[in-house]
Design a protein around this ligand. Sequence first.
Ligand code: AMP
Length: 602
Amino acid sequence: MSDSKQDSVESFAELDLPNSLLKVLNEVGYERPTPIQAATIPALKNGEDVLGMAQTGTGKTAAFALPILANIDIKQRKPQALVLCPTRELALQVSEAFQAYAAGIPNFHVLPIYGGHDMRTQLRGLQRGVHVIIGTPGRLLDHLERRSLDLSALKTLVLDEADEMLRMGFNEDVEAILQKTPGDRQIALFSATMPPPIRRVADTYLKKPKVIRIESAAMTSDNIEQHYWLVAGTNKLDALTRILEVEDFDGMIIFVRTKTATVDLAEKLNARGFSAAALNGDMNQTLRQRTVDQLKNAQLDMIIATDVAARGLDVERISHVLNFDIPYDDEAYVHRIGRTGRAGRKGKAILFVAPRERRMLRSIEKTTRQKITQMELPTRIELIDKRASAFKASIASSLDNEHKTFFQRIVAEVCHENETSAEEVAAALAYLLQKDRPILPPKNKPKPEKPEKTEKPNNYESPRKERKASKDIPNLGDAMPLRDYPEIVMERFKIMVGHNDQVTPGEIVGAIANEADIDGCYIGHIKIYENHSTVDLPAGMPDELLAVLKKTRVRQRAIKLERMVKQQDGKAEKPSRSKPRAESRSKPAKTARKTSTKKKPK
Ligand code: AMP
């Protein structure tokens, strides 16, 4: 990085952020600023321009959101910050992150503005007064041209994922917006790469920017075998459990990003029968030491830690490091996996990589100049083999037990009374013994991981020239397939909340997901009309669930969910797998509600 000081930033408090933000950061469980945050926050707070070479996963959203929030004048209701994003999905994520970080700032308003979303709702939002706007370039330019967006009080402009905006043909729109902003606003430009057109924008519009780049030359040791698993098809917790069951390990350290996640995951693993404990910065030194000692003397098999808590940890027994959450920079990865392979022993490192984090994986490989090989999850057969051998070993270890003669007599009696063999009786006993933790796992596929932001979401707003005006005509047509699960058949439902109630797609997803306990990623296209909305849900939902959803309330109103019927023949609408089109569905999984209950932005 250009600034060497960032290495010594241990806490957010050192960055001189207001207490309202520090409190929230503590609640969401962030222990210390990521390198990009440590370098960016002081510069932006100081009014400087920033050119940040940063990709998703480095914590760049908070890097610009926190200083913007620190500088907001809440009484001024004109937009003071504008964030340009390439996709509506990212715009929603960023806006949710702002909302979450601003939980301690009363009357703060952020508004996402993107193509495909109803214009009137956006206009109403703008008229109400907002402090921060997050949007896609095309729609923002529409508003600027209609003069519905007043940027006269703008202090900060952020270009997020600038290379993506360029790739999608938004360059002209971005420049047009740049020219419509006051000359004295500060600019923060973030891009994973710096192709010439981005460099030109930076040279033209940024004033003596602080250049922030993560450069680490850290090396990993050769005696650590490195693998990654691409998160797909199975959720991370199930994948982890499978690995824990099949891998031969001595001690393990599992890394997550937040303090809260250390506790959550430790609890879940304990519930699944593993001996795990959390290790985080909220624990006092004595408790931390006790946990590490327990790992050392094998009272514990694994600890779930944050980077901060595991710093300098030296336990020879650690044979495996599992990166449940990808680290936010390459150096953190090197530090993490350095917890294994101690004292000349062999070690193994496993990294979970979500599709959108693939870039970070490549970056780690580049920095460490080592290839990380892809691994598959252990198969069902491997799992059964492993469980069966452990079971056999536990039986064998009890062959010579103190009550052997007594039980032999019982077995003989059972054989005699049931005219059966000792082998059959042994099989029955074995079945009884493993019933609570069956050796044979269920055959059905584990629930898929919530889709995350992909590198190329297909709901991009198209660049300006190609966009057509969207009509707000009620649509009784076929339900659309889910972007991430096109194989799931959907059907369309009507709900009785609409623009008049000022409802947002996020609220609808949040309410349905919470009430029906449906993962947000299975909630499809949402379209909001004046008095009602439509929402696509997986076909064949049980009646009991529909009854619950009928009574579900959004914005104080029962949504009265009902299946839509085609007007011509009155028959229930036929589900379809028609091609997806650009539309107004909000990002499903991490909706406002989910974010706020978990208090974990982005
Ligand atoms: P981003 O690079 O902005 O997409 O952030 C990636 C993820 O890192 C998000 O899930 C954030 O909630 C999380 N995150 C951001 N900053 C921190 C931090 N200082 N400590 C722990 N997690 C963080």
